[in-house]
Design a protein around this ligand. Structure first.
Ligand SMILES: Cc1cc2nc3c(=O)[nH]c(=O)nc-3n(C[C@H](O)[C@H](O)[C@H](O)COP(=O)(O)O)c2cc1C
Length: 161
């Protein structure tokens, strides 16, 4: 599957994770969300990643990014979402930034692939949890970097199905 990953990252964490996810997928183009445009529609799978800022907000560059995304015709395209946050400092908005990306992808007509069960993350809540599951893959490089590799590989395996 021809895949592109767009990430929004303020201090580089989400950017680094985008690279690791590209590797786990066996290769993908990786771009900053500031470069999002109609070329996205040339790909079979579009992966969207954001860190969370404020209280549950998307990373800053995504505010323009989601508007661009909503303007594209993504019907029939597969989209997957991932996020990075800090569950210990922000347990009530953990990875909440993913929700804005998820909503924009649905609005653009995309087929959004399943996220991960929230039960494994302990006592966290967030707008990005819908019916007990995150809308994408939730990662925490601050408190659980040791879990990142296995979280990425099981999520990527589920995407490949
Ligand atoms: C001011 C501030 C607000 C934050 N708000 C949240 C939040 O609401 N939820 C969350 O899960 N993480 C939050 N974080 C944690 C960041 O998402 C986390 O540090 C992330 O790894 C940053 O990734 P980046 O360098 O790619 O932007 C916040 C961090 C800061 C400094």
């Amino acid at each position: 599957m021809k895949t592109i990953i767009y990430y929004g990252s303020t201090t580089g964490t989400c950017e680094a994770l985008a690279g690791r996810i590209a590797d786990a997928l066996g290769g993908a183009d990786v771009r900053n969300v500031t470069e999002l445009d109609a070329r996205a529609t040339e790909y079979d799978l579009i992966v969207l990643g954001t860190s969370t800022w404020g209280i549950g907000d998307m990373q800053d560059d995504w505010f323009d990014g989601v508007n661009k995304l909503k303007g594209l015709n993504l019907s029939g395209k597969k989209i997957a979402v991932f996020g990075v946050g800090d569950a210990d400092s922000y347990p009530d908005s953990f990875c909440g930034g993913m929700k804005g990306l998820y909503d924009a992808a649905l609005q653009a007509g995309a087929d959004v692939l399943p996220g991960v069960d929230a039960g494994e993350y302990g006592a966290v809540s967030s707008d990005a949890i819908v019916n007990g599951a995150f809308v994408g893959l939730a990662l925490d490089e601050t408190n659980a970097p040791d879990k990142t590799e296995s979280r990425i590989s099981s999520w990527v395996a589920s995407l490949k199905q």
